[in-house]
Design a protein around this ligand. Structure first.
Ligand code: NAD
Length: 452
């Protein structure tokens, strides 16, 4: 099939590449000229595991091309995907200007039947709004389909190629047939294509993300309570996760959810409910608790130093909002850096993929280390904000030799408590026993060595 994808971000580029992989002819279009030029020259603009292989293969086999020219991109396309941003507007509701603007541009250009597929996360009623734009600007027949995307950054290719389910909101039999044919290669193992009306499809996406954000937030609250009552969140997690009604996934506590989706989608659903005079209380609490959770690590640091961190130097491992991505949108690490700087501390950071993105925000206000150990030079404490695999089994002796003190604040519970006791670290994680040791033990050890 001939397909155009408008918007080549994390969703659009994965969608376009994975659709090309099953033999479709795909043209990706974006208004970002530098990004398109980069891709025309064969370079991926984002880090997403597994994407590069498919990207290169489909470009070389001429099934995947890139342009900034919308007219040529959609001319012969039978299906037009919109994978455009839907950021929060000033009032927290999803800003639909990208979607509605692109719909108008497409409507003014088309000369034959198209299926317009909305992959962006949009409020209930957006398909109707898009349809109304086409009715206003063209006499050409179109079907507008809601097709929310459930891919997770970091495993996006796998998620797209083998989705748990494909949700398609349309009441058009013609569009259903075309979309079923398009998605057939991706659901061969029997995972369902779920057809529903457009509004239910649009709401399904918000419901999924809000439910997951609620699950994480609930676990963060349990973790906070564990610390107060002296319980262990890992035990509680296993205790409830083995109940099939609850499930094992999304139960790991941390320092608040971030990313380009959960924060904005929860907020947008609350706002959409408000518009229908429905008070979505649980989600309002989720948002409040998450804001509080983002401050947990810095509060722990301040407590350790009796509220005074001026002149202290911190190493921060992990900047992306989660591992295996370079996406730093709403990443808790950004909050942590800002708060530490504000309180007069200095910060060295390391992340395997997102350093360049963070540079664009903090410039020379912080130090960017080329590897995880370099970031530790003369640090008073190590803070961990993202659970990249390479942080899981570090050389603790090397860490101790580089830092001023053996002090770790771990927002992702990477290390075994017994091990941290044996190694003599002060180790403060989330919802688990606080491992304490006398301050300045490196200095104490030096004195002992001198006396010996
Ligand atoms: P993104 O910001 O990474 O990409 C959006 C792209 O659209 C950018 O490259 C931008 O230049 C381009 N663009 C903007 N206006 C344009 C126009 N008029 N014509 C052509 N291109 C234009 O966004 P994303 O993360 O891919 O998200 C896109 C949508 O998908 C959002 O609604 C998001 O909520 C949803 N979503 C995202 C994810 C995710 O993990 N990132 C997952 C599921 C759903």
């Amino acid at each position: 099939m001939k397909i155009a994808v408008i918007g080549t971000g994390y969703v659009g580029l994965v969608t376009g590449t994975c659709l090309a992989e099953t033999g479709n002819d795909v043209i990706c279009v974006d208004i970002n000229v530098a990004k398109i030029e980069k891709m025309q020259n064969g370079f991926l603009p984002i880090y997403e595991p597994g994407l590069e292989l498919l990207f290169n293969r489909n470009i070389s086999q001429q099934r995947l091309t890139f342009t900034t020219d919308l007219a040529s991109a959609i001319e012969s396309a039978q299906i037009i995907f919109m994978a455009l941003p839907t950021p929060p507007g000033g009032d927290g509701a999803a800003d639909l200007s990208y979607i509605l603007g692109a719909a108008k541009d497409v409507a003014n250009l088309i000369t034959s039947y198209k299926v317009i597929v909305n992959k962006s996360t949009v409020p209930v009623g957006t398909a109707d709004k898009v349809k109304a734009i086409f009715e206003k600007h063209t006499n050409i027949e179109v079907d507008v389909v809601s097709n929310p995307e459930f891919l997770r950054e970091g495993v996006a290719v796998e998620d797209f190629m083998k989705p748990d389910r494909v949700v398609l909101g349309t009441r058009s039999e013609k569009a259903k047939k075309i979309m079923t044919e398009l998605y057939a290669p991706y659901v061969r193992q029997g995972n369902p294509i779920l057809f529903m009306d457009e509004k239910s499809s649009e709401l399904t996406k918000y419901a999924a993300n809000s439910f997951l954000a609620t699950k994480i937030t609930f676990m963060n609250e349990i973790a906070n309570l564990c610390e107060l009552v002296g319980a262990d969140v890992d035990s509680v997690r296993r205790g409830i996760g083995s109940d099939e009604r609850i499930g094992k996934r999304f139960l790991f506590p941390g320092i608040g959810y971030g990313g380009s989706c959960f924060p904005k989608d929860v907020q947008a659903l609350v706002k959409a409910a408000d518009e229908y005079v429905y008070d979505f209380e649980i989600l309002k609490s989720v948002m409040n608790v998450n804001e509080r959770q983002k401050t947990v690590m810095v509060n722990k640091v301040l407590k350790y130093y009796n509220g005074e961190i001026t002149g202290k130097h911190f190493a921060l491992w992990g900047l992306a909002f989660k591992p295996e991505t370079d996406d730093i949108r709403e990443a808790p690490a950004l909050y942590i850096i800002e708060a530490l700087l504000e309180k007069g501390a200095s910060v060295s950071v390391f992340d395997p993929e997102s350093i360049e993105n963070v540079k664009a925000i903090f410039g020379d206000r912080i130090v960017y280390a080329p590897d995880q150990y370099e970031a530790l030079q003369a640090a008073d404490a190590l803070l961990i904000a993202t659970e990249w695999s390479l942080f899981r089994n570090p050389d603790f002796n090397k860490i101790a030799s580089l830092m001023n003190e053996r002090v770790i604040f771990d927002g992702r519970n990477l290390f075994d408590l017994e091990k941290m006791i044996d190694l003599g670290y002060y180790y403060n994680s989330i919802g688990r026993q606080l491992i304490t040791r006398p301050k300045n033990t490196n200095q104490l050890q030096a004195q002992i060595n001198e006396l010996a």
